[in-house]
Design a protein around this ligand. Structure first.
Ligand code: 13P
Ligand code: SF4
Length: 310
C-alpha cells in the first residue's frame, strides 16, 4: 500500500518547524496558491523576498523568480519544488548571444525583463517587471539609447506608453504568443458586455483589443475594482483563482489559445505540485544555488529596480 499524505497539513507543519515562507505566483495551481503565505506578481514576489525574515524561502514559481529571491537573500536557503520549472523567455535569451547583442550597442542603457537568467541580469543596468517597466524606462536619461530584452511584445508596449525608442531583443513567451486574435474577437462578439484584460507579453494584434493591459496583479486589481461584471482574461488561467476569490460574483472567461485548448496554462509553472512542494520542504531539496560572483553581479541591477519602483 502506498503512503497517503495530507500534503496541505504536512506543508503547514513543515512551514512552522522550518521557519519557512512560501511565496507563490498567480500561475500556480489553486491548491499551491492557497497554502502560500504570499501570492503575487513578479515585482511583489521580489519585494516580499527582499523583506522576509524567514530562514527558508520556498518559491512556488519558475526558476528566474527563485533566482531573484536568492540574489536578494544570499544567506537564506531558497527551495524550488521543481528545478525544471524554467521560462521560455529566459531560455530564448542565452547569455553569450545577449553579450554579443550588448557589445553591438556599447552606449546603450540595458533594461532586462525579470524573466531572464542571472547571467543576463548581471550584464544589465536595471531590471524591470511587467508592473514597473514603464516607470523604469521613464527614469532612464533621455540622451541614452535603450536596449530592452528579452520580451519584444512587452518592449513594444513600453515604447508605446513611454514614447521612447528601444532596440528590442526578439524574444517571446510560448504561453502569451499563442492567444488567438480570431477567437478573442469571436468572444467579444458573443459577450459585448465583457471587458478584455490582457498581459503585455501578448502580441500587438491581441493587445489592440484590450480595455486594460497590465501585470497579473494589475489585472487582478482592475477586475476587482471595475464596475463591469464580465471579463475576458488574456493571460495564464491560474490568475482566475484569485479573481474568483476576490470578486466571486463576477464572470471570468479565459481567452483561448490557438492550440485547441479551452484555456492557456504555463507548462513550466504547472510543474510545481502540492506533492513536490511537500517533498522539497521535507527533504530540503531541490535547493537553488548560484555562484557567488554571479549572485553579486546580478544584485546591483535588481536593487536599482527596487529603488526605482519605490
Ligand atoms: P507578472 O510579473 O505580471 O506576474 O508576469 C510574470 C510572467 O511570467 C508572465 O508570464
Ligand atoms: Fe515564462 Fe511565459 Fe511561463 Fe511567464 S507564462 S513563466 S513568461 S513561459
Amino acid at each position: 500500500m502506498g503512503e497517503t499524505v495530507d500534503y496541505e497539513a504536512g506543508i503547514r507543519e513543515l512551514k512552522r518547524s522550518m521557519n519557512a515562507v512560501i511565496l507563490a505566483h498567480y500561475y500556480q495551481e489553486s491548491e499551491v496558491q492557497d497554502v502560500a503565505d504570499f501570492v503575487g506578481d513578479s515585482l511583489a514576489l521580489a519585494q516580499a523576498a527582499a523583506r522576509t525574515e524567514a530562514d527558508v524561502i520556498v518559491f512556488c514559481g519558475v526558476h528566474f523568480m527563485a533566482e531573484t529571491a536568492k540574489i536578494l537573500n544570499p544567506t537564506r536557503q531558497v527551495l524550488l519544488p521543481d528545478l525544471k520549472a524554467g521560462c521560455s523567455l529566459s531560455d530564448r535569451c542565452p547569455p553569450a548571444a545577449f553579450k554579443a547583442f550588448k557589445d553591438k550597442h556599447p552606449d546603450a542603457f540595458v533594461v532586462s525583463y525579470v524573466n531572464s537568467s542571472a547571467a543576463v541580469k548581471a550584464m544589465s543596468d536595471v531590471i524591470c517587471t511587467s508592473s514597473n517597466a514603464v516607470r523604469i524606462v521613464n527614469q532612464i536619461p533621455k540622451d541614452r539609447p535603450i536596449l530592452f530584452a528579452p520580451d519584444q511584445h512587452l518592449g513594444r508596449h513600453v515604447m508605446k506608453e513611454t514614447g521612447r525608442d528601444m532596440v528590442l531583443w526578439p524574444g517571446s513567451c510560448i504561453v502569451h504568443e499563442i492567444f488567438s486574435e480570431k477567437k478573442l474577437v469571436g468572444l467579444k462578439v458573443e459577450h459585448p458586455d465583457a471587458e478584455v484584460v490582457a498581459h503585455p507579453e501578448c502580441e500587438q494584434q491581441v493587445l489592440r483589443h484590450a480595455d486594460f493591459i497590465g501585470s497579473t496583479k494589475a489585472i487582478l486589481d482592475y477586475v476587482v475594482k471595475s464596475p463591469k461584471q464580465k471579463f475576458i482574461v488574456v493571460t495564464e488561467a491560474g490568475i482566475l483563482h484569485q479573481m474568483k476569490k476576490a470578486a466571486p460574483g463576477k464572470t471570468y472567461i479565459p481567452a483561448p489559445p490557438d492550440n485547441g485548448c479551452a484555456c492557456n496554462e504555463c507548462p513550466y509553472m504547472r510543474l510545481n505540485t502540492m506533492e513536490k512542494l511537500y517533498r522539497c520542504m521535507k527533504d530540503r531539496t531541490p535547493e537553488l544555488v548560484l555562484p557567488a560572483d554571479l549572485q553579486h553581479a546580478a544584485l546591483a541591477p535588481l536593487k536599482r529596480m527596487l529603488e526605482w519602483s519605490a
